[in-house]
Design a protein around this ligand. Structure first.
Ligand code: HSE
Length: 371
């Protein structure tokens, strides 16, 4: 029986992965071993079957007994452990949610509803490293993969509205604590129907700019505001998050001539759904009905939302999509710039298709391939 080691299963992405694997009855047909960087010997997660106590996630001898390693532990772990494992002669499969290996020549970025052909070719060529993509990129491709697959996209620009979860669990807590501070500071004024709106507004901004307002993780207020900067600066003037749009999309699709992709990535006060407004230049004047059909038929999770207020408010918001695998795409229309210019808005759960789901599915693909 194939042996699969899991590392980083307790963190935010890892625990969503565990939940999804349990929901899909995935813990079958292989021997799982759970390892930990801090709780060696303790009990592992409840997966509905007996499992050994937690192994040491830094023990190269134990890890080298695995056929497949699935890690959501982060890039620091990958950069430390994988070279040691390889040096020990290990030649197993490494499935990783972290970004460390995404752009290396010997890895494939996995998003099988979009690039199954790239994954299959890589398996047949002996590739061993299968890496989850950036959440914004994966969600964009789940939404408009149909247009990419048919070769209709000349260029794409994405303006993002990214959730706190993309920055980590501590950031999610900070967002809620900021919301609570604003709520507490204005509670008396809000409950008094006679209070003036400018008083409420002043109390909100005084709270947000006050010394006690918690900004340790975001570096600025997010609740009641936004932050037009995600990740580190690149020499190009892009942020690293913006740079990934071009680099990762073209790698996922294995494009021969890279498709220009760029935009501005913005953090907003949503909890775990990333949204994006896309502007696309098609290389052909396609009828809107055909565009909608290509988008909606690309995979079983993308869902076209009619361009009405009622449908958009009901189905095209982070509140509507959180915890769901569907990827709605709405507001689809042609732009004034010309018949090849289209726009649309899409929302996706950053922890599902943006992180855990491609990893879960890659494990299944690999088990089937090796089995
Ligand atoms: N880097 C993304 C963000 C999340 O900050 O929202 C992970 O892909």
């Amino acid at each position: 029986m194939l042996k699969v080691g899991f590392i980083g299963w307790r963190g935010m992405v890892g625990s969503v992965l565990m939940d999804r694997m349990k929901a899909e009855n995935d813990f079958q047909g292989f021997d799982p071993l759970f390892a930990s960087t801090s709780q060696v010997g303790q009990n592992g997660p409840d997966i509905g079957r007996e499992i050994p106590p937690l192994a040491d996630a830094f023990d190269i001898v134990t890890l080298s007994g695995m056929d497949i390693i699935v890690t959501c532990q982060g890039s620091g772990y990958t950069n430390k452990v994988l070279p040691e494992l390889k040096a020990s002669g290990w030649n197993g499969y490494w499935i990783d949610a972290a970004s460390a290996l995404r752009m290396t020549d010997d890895s494939v970025i996995v998003l099988d509803p979009v690039n199954r052909h790239v994954i299959d070719k890589a398996l047949s060529e002996g590739v061993r490293n299968f890496i989850g993509g950036n959440c914004t990129v994966s969600l964009m491709l789940m939404a408009v993969g149909g247009l990419f697959q048919q070769g209709y996209i000349e260029w794409l620009t994405s303006m993002t509205y990214q959730a706190a979860s993309g920055a980590g669990a501590k950031n999610m807590r900070e967002l809620v604590s900021q919301m609570a501070s604003i709520g507490n500071a204005t509670a008396a004024l809000i409950s008094n129907p006679a209070s003036a709106i400018h008083e409420i507004d002043r109390e909100v901004i005084n709270t947000m700019t006050g010394e006690e307002f918690q900004v340790a993780h975001f570096g600025a207020p997010l609740a009641g505001s936004l932050i037009p900067w995600i990740d580190s600066a690149m020499e190009s003037g892009q942020t690293r998050e913006e740079w990934k749009g071009f680099a990762e999309t073209n790698k996922i699709l294995h494009t021969r001539a890279p498709i220009p992709i760029d935009g501005i990535c913005v953090r907003i006060g949503a909890m775990r759904c990333h949204s994006q407004a896309l502007t696309i230049k098609l290389n052909k004047d396609l009828p809107l009905e055909k565009i909608i059909d290509l988008i909606g038929s690309a995979n079983e999770w993308v869902k076209v939302v009619p361009n009405t207020k009622e449908d958009s408010l009901r189905d095209l918001t982070p509140a509507a999509v959180t915890g769901k695998l569907i990827v709605p795409v709405g507001r689809i229309r042609k732009l004034n710039m010309g018949p090849e210019y289209i726009t649309m808005f899409t929302v996706g759960d950053q922890l599902l298709w943006g992180a855990a789901e491609p990893i879960r599915r890659m494990l299944k693909i690999l088990l089937a391939y090796l089995g």
